[in-house]
Design a protein around this ligand. Structure first.
Ligand code: ADP
Ligand code: MG
Length: 482
């Protein structure tokens, strides 16, 4: 079985002078990291079926069951896989993704995923151990690899993130300028903090600029610190940190409750700022809301520029979907994008995951993306995002759709351009809620239940006569559906 093929007896492996547990642990860690980075949905879509076949010299050989998957993984994640392997410092320089026959009937064991130890919460003690063994060359390897997809170019700017984006740009152009040091970015999960930080780091690392930029998660910072303590190399650790031009720490909230690490970070922070170096930090809350961080650290964090990334708006979600669909080079109808933007409002990561799953599905089965296929493929995700719809929401959404005033849902006006959408809203209220006709009538300016009945019949009739109208109503229904 694959996992055991990785044992020390394999000639390929002994060639690379590695023992099996090192490699399997690294692979587990890499997959855990990927899973964290791209989210559960996308991970399952693309990576679940990857198995590590061998290490051949400097090359890690990864197998997947189809050419489509191979091509997609190569083009979308090839660089990332390579970077993650390189960061493991096991001598792997390249990753080759190959097509392998479908797993044997006992495939459960072939697919590392099914083995209990291979479902990776990023293996913490292992990471600390790895850090230990690598501390020999701290200057080069303690910064985490950057995701090649996370650049300013691929970041879609809209109202909720334009301020954070502008600050990030500014810091990338002129690091350590007064007023922008530290730059503190905060916002909820999946809204683009890490993307912006990597973008800054890429820009600062442009060839020719000769700046040393260290990016790492707060978690990694802690493990490196602990490893340094253990191997009694805290001096080297401190020196290497203090020798950078730009230090970026992602997800600082992780340091809450980790007093010693906080203390260390605080000193590093001060030393760097005093030396005119740039610090960029991200967290899920503003400095003042990060209770559990030491007061003096919070105060200093809030001293530069604090920029928040707000929850996405419908417009931003649409722009992001458009950009990603275009980048993937697969046509996705506007209706599908609108539908997704309405339905998946939690964060960009989820939105991206849903779109990628659609695209994958269409590629695998050679079928175009349609509203129907979208609902089918995303059934489970969409259900998780469902909620009970209210008559008020229906009125609001329908009014928006037809560009009429919400007040006219209840007004006495009978002009066609007001009366028709009102009828659609009544129809949808009947379809999507458990309200009775009189109850619905009351919500529409105290109208009689016979008026609602008439509206329902009228809309049904029109839907049969007019395909365009029917499609419109269907779209509204899908958007509102519980
Ligand atoms: P966070 O660090 O805030 O949890 P990430 O930066 O990891 O979020 O973003 C999650 C995913 O969403 C990433 O794949 C990222 O590229 C994408 N993303 C977030 N915001 C944007 C944006 N404005 N434009 C393009 N992609 C975005
Ligand atoms: Mg992040």
């Amino acid at each position: 079985m694959q996992q055991e093929d990785l044992g020390g007896t394999s000639p390929a492996l002994s060639g690379a002078n590695l023992d099996s547990s090192n490699v399997t642990e690294a692979w587990t860690r890499i997959r855990g990291r990927l899973r964290e980075e791209i989210g559960e949905i996308e991970y399952r879509t693309w990576m679940r079926q990857m198995t590590l076949a061998a290490i051949e010299g400097e090359e890690a050989v990864v197998q997947v069951p189809s050419r489509f998957l191979r091509d997609w993984l190569r083009s979308q994640y090839g660089d990332r896989l390579r970077a993650l392997w390189q960061a493991e410092n096991l001598g792997v320089r390249r990753v080759d993704i190959r097509v392998a026959p479908a797993p044997a009937p006992d495939g459960a064991a072939v697919d590392g995923e099914a083995m209990p130890r291979a479902v990776p919460e990023p293996a913490r003690p292992a990471e600390a151990r790895a850090a230990d063994s690598r501390s020999a060359d701290p200057r080069n390897d303690w910064a985490a690899p950057l995701d090649p997809r996370f650049t300013f170019d691929s970041f879609v700017v809209g109202k909720p993130n334009e301020f954070a984006y502008a600050c990030a740009r500014r810091v990338a152009e002129k690091p350590a300028s007064p007023g922008f040091n530290p730059l503190f970015l905060y916002g909820g999960v999946g809204l683009g903090k890490t993307h912006l930080m990597h973008s800054i780091a890429w820009a600062l690392r442009e060839p020719g600029l000769d700046r040393s930029v260290a990016y790492m998660s707060a978690e990694k910072f802690m493990y490196r610190f602990i490893a340094a303590l253990r191997s009694q190399s805290t001096m080297e650790f401190k020196e290497s940190l203090r020798s950078v031009d730009v230090l970026m720490i992602d997800d600082l909230q992780f340091l809450i409750g980790k007093d010693n690490t906080q203390e260390e970070f605080f000193h590093t922070f001060n030393a760097l700022v005093d030396a005119g170096k740039q610090i960029v930090v991200s967290a899920d809350k503003s400095p003042s809301d990060l209770s559990g961080l030491e007061d003096r650290l919070r105060t200093r964090l809030g001293c530069g520029m604090v920029a928040d990334i707000h929850a996405t708006t419908y417009e931003l979600r649409i722009s992001i979907l458009e950009a990603k669909a275009q980048a993937a080079g697969i046509p996705v109808p506007a209706r599908v994008l609108e539908y997704l933007a309405h339905k998946i409002t939690s964060n960009v990561r989820e939105l991206e995951g849903a779109l990628n799953r659609l695209i994958a599905h269409s590629g695998l089965f050679g079928r175009p993306v349609t509203l129907e296929s979208c609902q089918e493929v995303l059934h489970d995700i969409l259900r998780a995002h469902d909620r009970r719809v209210t008559i008020e929401e229906i009125q609001k959404r329908v009014a928006e759709h037809y560009n009429m005033r919400l007040a006219d849902m209840s007004s006495a006006r009978r002009a066609r351009n007001v009366a028709r959408p009102r009828q659609v809203a009544m129809y949808l209220a009947k379809q999507l809620t458990s309200r009775s006709l009189p109850e619905i009538g009351r919500k529409f300016g105290n109208r009689d239940h016979t008026t609602v009945m008439h509206a329902v019949a009228k809309v049904q009739e029109l839907m049969q006569q007019d395909a365009g109208f029917a499609e419109d109503v269907e779209l509204l229904r899908r958007m509102l559906e519980t």
